[in-house]
Design a protein around this ligand. Sequence first.
Ligand code: SIN
Length: 555
Amino acid sequence: MKSLTKSGPESIIFVFFTNLSEVYMKVDSDFLVIGSGIAGLSFALQAAKHGRVAMVTKREISESATNYAQGGIASVYSQEDTFDAHVEDTLVAGAGICHEDVVRMVVEEGPTIIRNLIDWGVKFTTSGDGYDLTREGGHSQRRILHADDVTGREIERALVAAARQNPNIEIYEHHIGIDLITEAKIMRKRLKPNRCMGAHVLDINRGVVKTFSARITLLATGGAGKVYLYTCNPDVATGDGVAMAYRAGATIANMEFMQFHPTTLFHPHAKSFLISEAVRGEGAILKRRDGTPFMEKYHHLKDLAPRDIVARAIDNEMKTSGDDCVYLDITHKEPEYVRNRFPNIYQTCLEYGLDMTREPLPVVPAAHYLCGGVAVDGNGETDVQHLYAIGEVAFTGLHGANRLASNSLLEAAVFAGRAYQHAIEQFAGCSFDYPEIPEWDSSTATNSDEMVVVSQNWDEIRRFMWNYVGIVRSDKRLERARRRIRLIQEEIEDYYWNFIVTSDLVELRNIATVAELIIRCAQVRKESRGLHYTIDHPERDDVHWKKDTFIKKHF
Ligand code: SIN
């Protein structure tokens, strides 16, 4: 095996096996889609009507955050509900900085998008002659369509089946994006505007880096929960899209707003298992160890208060009592109802020895959803031309300082449609020469015998992010975190340019970048709003801070 590297910050490591005749090192397509959740798949299914789609995904195709979404997808579907009410609930949860035009657009396009999903084969749970609508925190109405308590799995199943049957979609599993290819990078000069031309992608199983060139590149890489020690996100949530876009010069926004889900199962063997907010929507009550309910002390909506308030209340209860968790109690409901409504949660808890129909479930908050991300316009386009970002990776203005539950699948599907429409208009008038691969210097990269550096840095980042940049922050804690991330990033960069690239290394570099962006945005915002709470500036300050936080790499 021979490795090719080029020194300097813009370099990348290429690895070639000696016998690669069967491997395509260069893939040209019309649309490159990175990520395979609801955002990437629904874009790909539409784009495939117009051209060849290469879909890159770093595990098996279904291994996305979408697949683990339990609650559902919010949309105005009942006679009692209105677009205005959904808009208002979203704005209230978003704590004053949602972009109202985006909120209205997403809410009003909701019912059409739901029909598209149904046409692609998604089967939502029905009740009587309509769809069963559930409730979650912050919603004034029952408006959440769901498929039992495995909504994401059902959506993923239907969309993956449709994508697999589509001859215009080529799926590359076990491929992870390393960096975007931009015109500026190829020409080695500053360009304004800059244009995206594809991405360098590591074929994980073969250990080779390939060049994917495309007219249109879409980031649909999901979130970044793995930046934190405790998360209910799957392992793939390492913020790859945000990190790649930042390195390519795209504007990033509102990274301080990481949403912590109030209720993940607290059990030594349960890795990241979410107890859906729909359980509280159907009547479950949060209690202390002695059985006293506590949410009325924090908000008039009690257990259905917006998520930031519930997570902070639990954090406060745990810190005050010294307990490791609080308890979620739905034992007052009929056992048969609970088993039927939450079959997956019931069964999974039972496997951990907990019968939720008979005993309260121990729960703790965990990192769940990134409300900030790559800044995009109403069509999902970033400020790097021909680069789109949709789904959790994107910042659209919908969520403000705190996402309303079950608005995210909706946002992803709405923006997939809008990005598709916009992209094909661009596509029609765009001449495109697939770029030449730059030559690479084959001098220095070797196999690392120090993988401990990767695991040590990975653990360290996640721990200090949890302790210093978690649910409750302070100026001092943020400064400590900033100092640590600087040191770790130096070490990672050093390591990165000297050793052969692996997916662990790519992900470590990405979580370090995302951690840095979260810390920097949190340091800028000198107030408490929504998901960003700091004891040094505990009040919301609408005079100075009723705005988004933007951040961009300077070259
Ligand atoms: C949940 O089921 O509680 C998660 C729903 C969401 O975060 O939108």
